[in-house]
Design a protein around this ligand. Structure first.
Ligand code: FAD
Length: 435
């Protein structure tokens, strides 16, 4: 479909961004019977600058949504153990089969985002690539009711909908145009370099921590292994200035000597990709006629590998709020997002500071483990996202329908009524391990 074709249609929801947050939100809304269009300025099936370890909550969402079989069928290896290396102390955490998840996965984004986009399309959402979102359009009362977009040939049209969802990532155009205020700011940031390797043993995820460096091993598709090197902000410029290949190998050798010893027997199968330090933020997640989901509304440092899991959790919370109808439901979406994101946000900021002892880091990982168990319990308590063919524009936020909560939106009162996490065993560390 061209931009001119989609401009002829009046949609219930426009989603900007067709990756994990946007495709998941569109899939859930389309399954419930809403008319949804997703625009993305990129191309279908492409990679993006991200490693891709999923936490238990992320895998759980794929399973609940029926997308996990596609990930497994793409040859994504199951990850059955996560090993934490606190300097020379090694803690192996087997991934227990529970909560409907018997292994973790780390699908390449070419696999994961494509599977999500396919699921959204199969549900009836219209996905249009090569289309860039510009400014939002407002009605006479200032409520967003459309979006200006253009394609690569310069075709510029206005799309109309009851709600515009910004799922357009860290540098969200939608957040900028609606002036979404920041509600929290991180103080720390790490720099990351990563590459893919052939010939490394598949021994699950490994997370290595030293005083001012970190490294990780993530088995993924095609028998390859993603190896990342991370460092505090203060070191990134110097490491990159000295040459990225040398800097990457230097940080891996420093953080994980036992891993570095394996590299001469393996071969690097990609270029080295770099992500410069970027402090986290949380933004207001909704306003009249608009909402934000995924990195557009909430970004945390990559070091705790929770962004995709966050996006999948919040896509469902947002979809349920939209289906419940009314601005109050969107307000509850933000309350819930913050309730489940804030602990990980704070812990991630702490980890990214590299200003910790190994004891303090382990303690913070246990806090993250509690947070992730709480997240999983909340997601499990949601009724399965089913079809809701009766949903229509009349139910949309701003269309005059009061929030009913009838779409299974859990209470925004701090999770009262939701299963709470039980204490985790002392050995149950979490960051990137989700046990
Ligand atoms: C180095 C690094 C490593 C990471 N490692 C992990 C990890 O191991 N595990 C994990 O869970 N998370 C990880 N993350 C975080 C994860 O990548 C993000 O949280 C996740 O990609 C957010 O998904 P999203 O759908 O919100 O946004 P994105 O994946 O950024 O997708 C946004 C989409 O919006 C489109 N878009 C943007 N602007 C426009 C516009 N104006 N018009 C149209 N389309 C637009 C883009 O083309 C893009 O396709 C990592 C991040 C980084 C940077």
């Amino acid at each position: 479909m061209s931009v001119r074709d989609i401009a002829q249609v009046s949609y219930d929801v426009i989603v900007v961004g067709a990756r994990c947050a946007g495709a998941a939100t569109a899939m859930l809304l389309a399954r419930a019977g809403l008319r949804v269009v997703v625009v993305d300025r990129g191309r279908a099936g492409t990679d993006t600058l991200s490693t891709h370890a999923l936490m238990r909550g992320g895998v759980l969402q794929l399973a609940r949504w029926g997308v996990l079989p596609d990930i497994v069928a793409a040859g994504t290896p199951p990850i059955r153990v996560t090993t934490f290396h606190y300097e020379d102390e090694v803690i192996r955490v087997p991934i227990k089969a529970r909560d409907g998840v018997d292994a973790l996965y780390a699908p390449r984004r070419t696999v994961l985002d494509a599977a999500m986009a396919n699921a959204a399309g199969a549900a009836g959402a219209e996905l249009v690539y090569g289309v860039t979102a510009g400014d939002v359009v407002r009605d006479g009362r200032g409520r967003v009711n459309g979006l200006s977009v253009h394609d690569s040939e310069g075709g510029r049209v206005t799309l109309r909908a009851g709600l515009v969802v910004g799922a357009d990532g860290l540098r969200s155009t939608i957040a900028a145009h609606v002036n979404a205020p920041a509600t929290a700011a991180g103080r720390h940031a790490s720099g990351v370099l990563f590459a893919y390797w052939d010939g490394l043993p598949d021994d699950g995820n490994h997370w290595h921590y030293r005083a001012s460096s970190s490294a990780g091993v993530i088995p993924t598709n095609g028998g390859q292994t993603c190896v990342f090197a991370a460092m505090p902000e203060r070191r990134f410029d110097e490491v990159v200035r000295g040459g990225i290949p040398d800097g990457y190998r230097r940080i891996v050798a420093e953080a994980a000597p036992e891993l570095a010893a394996l590299l001469p027997e393996a071969s690097m199968a990609s270029s080295i990709k770099g992500f410069a330090p970027e402090p986290g933020f949380m933004r207001q997640a909704w306003g009249p006629g608009w909402a934000l989901v995924g990195d557009a509304g909430y970004f945390r440092d990559p070091l705790t590998a929770h962004g995709i899991t966050d996006a999948f959790r919040d896509a469902e919370l947002l979809a349920r709020a939209i289906l419940a109808g009314g601005d109050q439901a969107l307000a509850e979406y933000q309350t819930l997002r913050d309730e489940y994101a804030r602990g990980v946000f704070d812990a991630t900021d702490f980890v990214a500071s590299f200003d910790w002892s190994m004891e303090a880091l382990q303690a913070r990982h246990r806090v993250m483990s509690d947070e992730m168990n709480r997240e999983v319990a909340m997601l499990r308590a949601l009724e399965p996202p089913g079809e809701r063919p009766g949903a229509s524009r009349a139910d949309l936020p701003g269309a005059g329908t009061p929030a009913s909560g009838g779409a299974g939106l859990p209470p925004a009162s701090g999770g009262a009524g939701l299963p709470r996490t039980t204490a985790v065993a002392a050995s149950a560390f979490a960051s990137g391990g989700a046990e």
